[in-house]
Ligand binder design. Structure first.
Ligand code: SF4
Ligand code: SF4
Length: 165
């Protein structure tokens, strides 16, 4: 008897959900459109809400001050300052941050510490790899903005909660 009740209840639940709007995405064919990454405005001293994905480094603003590396509380020291063979007037030693995403916890402390608007985060969250070394991103790699993905959708919200078309 209880089995029959459970069965009817399960079917009932399934029928109800048939008419609800879907909130799951057919990832990776469809991606959620996350507009921007987390940033920090040092003059106003406010963080600007955004996704905490991999960083973007603006080489032409980075002074090589190392404050981002010092601010990183990660026990594995995931920011290393490395020398590049490039020349920028504001960076006399030509040293820039390199980030190890095998250890980064995406806290954003390094972004908060940068006084020169040189280091922000992006909406790029697809960083998985089978090779740990490839998770170390050089300053040059960090300076390239993430590629805008195809099949982006934005969630909409109605009185039944978030959904996508
Ligand atoms: S996001 Fe956090 S853990 Fe990652 S590099 Fe910056 S300070 Fe370190
Ligand atoms: S990213 Fe910012 S905090 Fe880090 S070295 Fe460059 S200027 Fe300094």
């Amino acid at each position: 008897m209880s089995l029959a009740i459970d069965l009817i209840s399960a079917i009932n639940q399934a029928i109800k959900n048939l008419f609800k709007r879907r909130i799951t995405l057919r990832y990776p064919e469809v991606n959620l459109d996350i507009e921007r990454g987390y940033s920090y405005d040092p003059k106003a001293q406010v963080g600007i809400a955004g996704y905490k994905g991999r960083h973007i480094l603006h080489l032409e603003k980075c002074t090589g001050c190392s404050l981002c590396a010092i601010a990183c509380q990660n026990i594995a020291n995931c920011i290393a300052m490395v020398k590049l063979d490039v020349s920028y007037p504001q960076n006399k030693k030509s040293i820039f941050p390199q980030i190890d995403y095998g250890n980064c916890v995406f806290c954003g402390f390094c972004v908060d510490a940068c006084p020169f608007y040189a280091l922000f985060m992006t909406n790029d969250h697809e960083l998985s790899s089978t090779d740990k070394k490839s998770l170390i991103m050089s300053p040059l790699q960090l300076s390239i903005p993430p590629v805008k993905k195809k099949g982006l959708v934005q969630l909409e919200i109605d009185d039944r909660g978030p959904y996508h078309k």
